[in-house]
Design a binder for this molecule. Structure first.
Ligand SMILES: Nc1ncnc2c1ncn2[C@@H]1O[C@H](COP(=O)(O)OP(=O)(O)OP(=O)(O)O)[C@@H](O)[C@H]1O
Ligand SMILES: [Mg+2]
Length: 264
């Protein structure tokens, strides 16, 4: 102890024996875990796994929206900035305008109105939604609603970004653009990110590491670190190592998806 000149910084997020069930008695469903996981400051971690394996459950626990049934989840923050979560089903408010939705987190942080409006407009512009500031979500497409949710989460400049399939509703071109934007943004700000996706390609483009979860109850069964440094750009999609790693991840995942498909 004490003689390592470069001690590893303590993790930003640590899960220890994290487990979650739903329901009681014989009807109890063991949804998640046990999961042990350390996420270092500034690290971008992607999680892939079959549908229903507990990915959203894990993220909800990390966001403090759900308690674990057993085990612990600890988050170490250095500032009053919040962890922010983008819900799989957007979680935007239909009775608020697009601008008010994006400003929502800033309002909670009591950012002065003028400054909050400026930040919200800035993020709406980056998301290609500047013309829809005064619209209500009912008037938007699925992909546009998702962009509102992304803008809302990023506007608070969170210390930890928790994203649950944030790009799933976007078309392929926009999805690629958003991945590249997110790469740039998280690299510029060293935001610690936990990102769930069904897309192996997306996980490899974005992640410092990719975790593969088993079928329910979801446990982490493999970890791969894409051999691409930082800062990186979306050009790595064309690298031969990229294709090889994607194939390897798919092999790992395929067995779990099959397990899931067969009724117990
Ligand atoms: N509030 C809840 N009450 C009861 N069961 C729940 C609840 N939330 C999740 N579950 C169950 O827990 C399991 C894991 O759900 P979860 O949403 O975490 O899966 P997921 O990995 O995010 O799936 P997907 O990839 O389809 O989004 C599922 O079987 C789901 O039915
Ligand atoms: Mg989910």
């Amino acid at each position: 102890m004490g003689d390592d000149p470069h001690p590893a910084p303590p993790p930003k997020l640590r899960a220890t024996g994290l487990t979650r069930g739903f329901g009681r008695g014989r009807k109890q469903l063991h949804a998640l875990g046990p999961v042990d996981l350390d996420i270092a400051p500034g690290e971008f971690t992607c999680i892939v796994g079959p549908s229903g394996c507990g990915k959203s459950t894990l993220l909800r626990i990390a966001a403090g929206l759900l308690r674990p049934s057993a085990g612990r989840l600890e988050i170490r923050t250095d500032s009053p900035r919040p962890a922010a979560m983008i819900f799989q089903d957007y979680g935007i408010y239909d009775w608020k305008t697009v601008l008010a939705n994006v400003r929502f987190g800033l309002d909670i942080q009591r950012v002065p109105r003028k400054e909050a409006d400026a930040k919200a407009y800035d993020w709406l512009g980056r998301m290609g939604l500047a013309d829809f500031a005064g619209a209500y979500p009912a008037a938007l497409s699925g992909g546009m609603r998702q962009r509102v949710a992304i803008a809302r989460a990023l506007a608070v400049e969170p210390e930890i970004l928790l994203m649950d399939e944030p790009f799933a509703a976007l078309d392929a071109q926009l999805r690629t653009i958003m991945q590249d934007e997110l790469l740039e943004l998280t690299q510029a700000t060293s935001t610690t990110t936990l990102f769930i996706t069904h897309s192996l390609e997306e996980a490899l483009v974005l992640g410092d590491r990719v975790l593969v979860m088993s079928a329910r109850p979801g446990r982490i069964i493999a970890e791969r670190r894409p051999p691409f440094g930082r800062p990186r750009t979306g050009d790595i999609r064309d690298a031969p190592e990229f294709t090889a790693l994607k194939g390897e991840l798919w092999e790992l995942l395929r067995g779990e998806v099959r397990t899931e498909a067969v009724p117990a």
